[in-house]
Design a protein around this ligand. Structure first.
Ligand SMILES: *Cc1c(COP(=O)(O)O)cnc(C)c1O
Length: 364
């Protein structure tokens, strides 16, 4: 059995460190906004090289808080892509703004800068880019488009913790960066969690207030906020895992290179990489014509695989009828051919070889 991610092996590798971190919190009994939350925020701020890093309840909340802090609301258009997890668009909908979906580059799976420029209208207020599967989007180009058009740039970094583009970490280029600590993410906790990063001190203060019932001083509320705090136990666990994150990402890159080599010569497209960008391989996603055949063979061989994402956001029932006539050819084309293979830092060469062997037999 080869799973998509092997959280058990990772826990057992770090068991003594994680167990003592958790027991430390249980002993200290400061469960909400305790010292580990503060320390994690400063450690991540330093790790990424960003002045403010504020934790919250989930990656979805991070996106929602970012929208609120940037004063995005009804009447505003927010440009993003449809080949992503629903949370990217949910956050736009939560604040009453209008999502505007543009097509992706079918090779990188990230936003197509030409489509972005063409979608800008006088109502456009912000752009949410997703660094999908761990590959940074063309941040330099997107950043200058946003500056030229006075748009707020928000980065959805849920899948890209530690990825760099031209030397800059994802989450440090936009006005706001949003991270998820969902257990399977590159930096994953043992439950839900998220973080917002920003270079702007005023926005940081707004996020701090919004995540804690719109309050800076207890029982004095300046705005309607939320209960969206990172749990102290999660913060303690994440501090342990942060120390190992660069190694985890290097191991993911090792697995990806091993896949590239083992799948070489087969009629499939392996993930795109660029010399000036580091891909942190949250997913290793291939494009193939024989997808159902490959999935069947993998399933028979007890190897997991997953389709991220089977339905693009402009075809999701939740987003209503408004996108019925919208066509995003590259997004739709990729949706029909994408297949994500098992990848995790602890994956062995023989596991990679086994997956490749089954795929190769399925195609031939
Ligand atoms: C996981 C994910 C989110 C949401 O994060 P949660 O912590 O699960 O709320 C948002 N965007 C993308 C692209 C994701 O992969």
């Amino acid at each position: 059995m080869i799973p998509m991610v092997d959280l058990k092996t990772q826990y057992l590798d770090l068991k003594s460190e994680i167990d003592s971190a958790v027991l430390g919190v249980l002993g200290a009994t400061q469960f909400i906004l305790g010292p580990n939350v503060k320390l994690l925020e400063s450690e991540i701020g330093e790790h990424l090289g960003v002045p403010h890093a504020l934790s919250c309840g989930s990656g979805t909340d991070a996106l929602h808080l970012a929208m609120r802090a940037a004063d995005i609301g009804p009447g505003d258009e927010v440009i993003t892509t449809a080949f992503t997890f629903i949370a990217t668009a949910e956050a736009i909908a939560y604040v009453g703004a209008t999502p505007v979906f543009v097509d992706i580059d079918p090779v990188t799976f990230n936003i197509d800068p030409g489509g972005l420029v063409a979608a800008i209208t006088p109502r456009t207020k912000a752009v949410v880019v997703v660094h999908l599967f761990g590959l940074p989007c063309p941040l330099d180009v997107v950043e200058s488009v946003c500056i030229d058009n006075n748009l707020v740039l928000i980065e959805d970094c849920a899948q890209s913790f530690g990825a760099r583009h031209n030397g800059r970490m994802t989450g440090t280029v936009g006005l706001l960066g949003c991270f998820s600590f969902f257990p399977s993410k590159n930096l994953g906790g043992c439950g839900d969690g998220g973080m917002v990063t920003t270079p702007d001190a005023d926005l940081a203060q707004k996020i701090l207030s919004l995540r804690n019932h719109g309050s800076h001083v207890r029982y004095y509320h300046d705005s309607i906020g939320y209960n969206s705090r990172l749990d102290e136990i999660q913060a303690a666990i994440l501090r342990v895992k942060l120390k190992h994150l660069e190694r985890f990402n290097r191991e993911r890159q090792r697995v990806a290179r091993a896949y590239n080599k083992a799948l070489h010569g087969l009629a499939i497209q392996v993930p795109f990489e660029q010399p000036n960008s580091s891909h942190v391989f949250h997913q290793y996603t291939i494009l193939c014509e024989d997808r159902s055949k490959i999935i069947d063979s993998l399933t028979k061989a007890e190897i997991a695989s997953a389709i991220y994402y089977p339905v693009p956001l402009h075809r999701q029932k939740a987003l209503g009828e408004s996108f019925r006539s919208l066509s995003l050819p590259h997004t739709e084309w990729v949706t029909e051919r994408c297949l994500s293979l098992p990848i995790f830092p602890e994956m062995s060469q023989s596991q990679v070889d086994r997956v490749a062997e089954v795929i190769s037999a399925a195609i031939r």
